[in-house]
Design a protein around this ligand. Structure first.
Ligand code: ADP
Ligand code: MG
Length: 581
């Protein structure tokens, strides 16, 4: 009996010999498992409730969230950490839309993720006859992902999952949408035929070496460098060619600047790390090697005062995506390929070439970095009452230095900007943050994924506003007993906690929250540990207890409401009104 078997005969077999049959639920799970995808981030509901149950029954890890956006963020972060697509599963229409934000974020960050959403009866949706949660999800998903597919027949599940995986991880990674009309899950087929229909994807993300003339061009640019710089991005962290990247940095001897999620690729305390001289190296360098980092808004598009004299720089850029080249500035030597292959090609071609930078440049960078670090060290030791960002972050910096295996998750405005520069990261992929969009609310999803995928302790450093977008997921953290310590920097508001109503009325300002809110009690409500701390010493003790115990913990750290800056470091992006309020 083959795929062509009639539905009547299959139905008859369902009565007499169900063990010879399989269905959409089981084939979907088998198709994921055959590709070594063993975890699903999910929110149950019609039509996928049983899919989660069966997946659990088949030995998959199914992490159920309280809201699809956080399940989606978790899946995307799983993709970043593992180089395999993270899978998020949602219900139709509203659940799908909730997950869509996360898929769009995955695509923006170049992280592999598959959003699988159940959808309503096709015939009714297509005739707009008003079905339960009716929506043409496939069409809506398209602009937000690399590829979008719909499955209409149980026989296609194997090939559809293969296609989704390959699309998510090959070339520049990104989000992929897979639409599953609920009816497909219930479709039956012969079990043997079903297992033959599964596809194990061979070499889903083939390595790609740069052309030799492109490598030679890059070496020529590097040989002419007097003030070279390497910028490492999260594409380099994603690639997992950690040893080759380290070798490239150390053999060239160039100062390097890690973008936020490339921190730890080489430790922030590495002697060539130029983070503490960031402004200077961006301004004064003459040759910049971009390694898996886009020259986007996070680097002022490669233009303006931050980059020194116009036309004063030549760029080498390593990227898997050829279209990234010249997106903002001219790239003198594009190297298209994966970071590992490009780094290897450069290292091989460097043999016998004079690449080492002049010592006066290295000395200048070093002197500047040392001076800035010394200035910072004093601020980190302050004992101001109420506690300010620097004092609190100094404590967290020490905590991570003592436990470098801890994965740091970080979001907020001031909490993000300051933690990024203050807390050193010591290992690759040990920092997850707001990414390319600067999105708020990734914290709990990211923390959960980091704990699930690595089994390591997680420290999530959250602004009180950022935490508000995802706080309910502390229940998920408690339910799965995850080693996550959340520190909420509670300054009573967005940017600052001392805003006033510009109209003078009784309503609070648009940017303030209930003062001294007890976020710690949210964690306690679900059986976790809570602490309310107001001094650096109290914070130090509470964090040590949490990180050493591995218990779900929320530390509510009271921060001076007047300490923050409007919009953190990116206040310049706010439009200004010329009209009086
Ligand atoms: P950051 O925000 O850290 O600067 P970006 O997200 O802007 O990093 O840039 C990451 C870049 O890395 C993207 O342009 C993406 O195409 C590229 N990339 C992703 N994976 C790889 C890989 N394996 N090899 C090379 N480049 C990659
Ligand atoms: Mg705040």
């Amino acid at each position: 009996m083959g795929i062509a078997e009639t539905s009547e005969s299959l139905k008859a077999r369902a009565e007499t010999a169900p063990e010879t049959l399989t269905d959409g639920f089981h084939l979907l799970i088998d198709a994921l498992k055959v590709n070594d995808i063993t975890t699903i981030y999910n929110v149950p509901g019609i039509p996928i409730t049983d899919l989660g149950r069966y997946a659990q029954a088949q030995g998959m890890r199914v992490i159920s969230f309280r809201h699809e956006q956080h399940a989606g963020y978790a899946a995307s972060v799983a993709g970043f950490l593992t180089k395999k697509p993270g899978v998020c599963m949602t219900v139709s229409a509203p659940g799908f839309l909730n997950g869509l934000t996360a898929m769009a974020n995955a695509t923006t960050n170049c992280w592999p993720m598959i959003l699988i959403s159940g959808s309503s009866e096709r015939e009714i949706v297509d005739l707009a006859q008003g079905d339960y949660e009716e929506m043409d999800q496939l069409a809506i998903a398209r602009p937000f992902c690399k590829a979008a597919y719909r499955l209409n027949h149980v026989e296609d599940i194997g090939i559809a999952i293969a296609r989704a995986i390959r699309s998510a991880v090959s070339g520049r990674p990104g989000g992929v949408y897979l639409d599953i009309p609920g009816a497909v899950l219930g479709q039956i087929m012969d079990a043997q035929e079903g297992s033959k229909s599964l596809v194990k994807v061979i070499d889903p993300a083939p390595r790609q070496s740069p052309a030799s003339d492109a490598v030679a061009r890059a070496i020529e640019v590097m040989k002419g460098a007097e003030r070279p710089l390497i910028v490492l991005g999260k594409g380099a962290a994603y690639d997992q060619s950690d040893d080759l990247v380290r070798e490239l940095v150390e053999k060239t001897g160039y100062p390097f600047l890690p973008m936020s999620m490339a921190k730890g690729l080489l430790p922030d305390v590495h002697p060539q790390c130029a983070s503490a001289a960031r402004s200077m190296v961006l301004r004064d360098s003459d040759v910049v090697i971009m390694v898996g980092a886009r020259i986007n808004w996070l680097l002022s598009h490669g233009k303006g005062k931050q980059w020194g004299e116009p036309g004063g720089k030549r760029f080498v850029q390593i990227d898997i995506d050829a279209e990234e080249m010249d997106s903002n500035v001219e790239i003198a030597a594009p190297l298209v390929g994966d970071v590992g292959s490009c780094a290897k090609a450069l290292l091989d071609a460097m043999e016998g070439e004079a690449i080492a930078p002049p010592t006066d440049w290295l000395d200048a960078v070093h002197t500047k970095a040392e001076a800035n670090m010394a200035k910072m060290a004093n601020r980190l030791r302050n004992n101001n009452n109420p506690m300010d960002y620097h004092a609190a972050l100094g404590v967290l910096k020490d905590a991570i230095t003592e436990r470098p295996d801890t994965i740091l998750v970080n979001e907020g405005a001031n909490t993000l900007d300051l933690a990024r520069s203050i807390i050193n990261v010591h290992k690759p992929r040990h920092r997850v943050d707001v990414g390319t969009w600067g999105v708020m609310g990734i914290g709990m999803g990211a923390a959960i994924a980091a704990a699930i995928e690595t089994g390591k302790q997680v420290l999530a450093v959250e602004g009180d506003s950022a935490f508000g977008f995802c706080g309910m997921e502390v229940e998920t953290i408690c339910r799965y007993k995850l080693p996550v310590c959340v520190v909420v920097f509670n300054n009573n508001g967005i940017y600052r906690g001392d805003g006033e109503n510009w109209g003078g009325g009784d309503d609070p300002s648009t940017t303030v929250f209930v003062p001294d809110a007890r976020y710690d009690r949210m964690m306690e409500a679900f059986g976790g540990e809570g602490a309310w701390v107001t001094t650096p010493d109290e914070l130090r003790q509470a964090v040590a207890a949490a990180l050493d115990s591995g218990k779900p913990t929320l530390i509510n750290a009271a921060i001076d409401p007047a300490a923050g800056k409007e919009s953190g470091n990116i206040g310049n992006l706010n439009p200004q009104s010329v009209v009086a309020q």
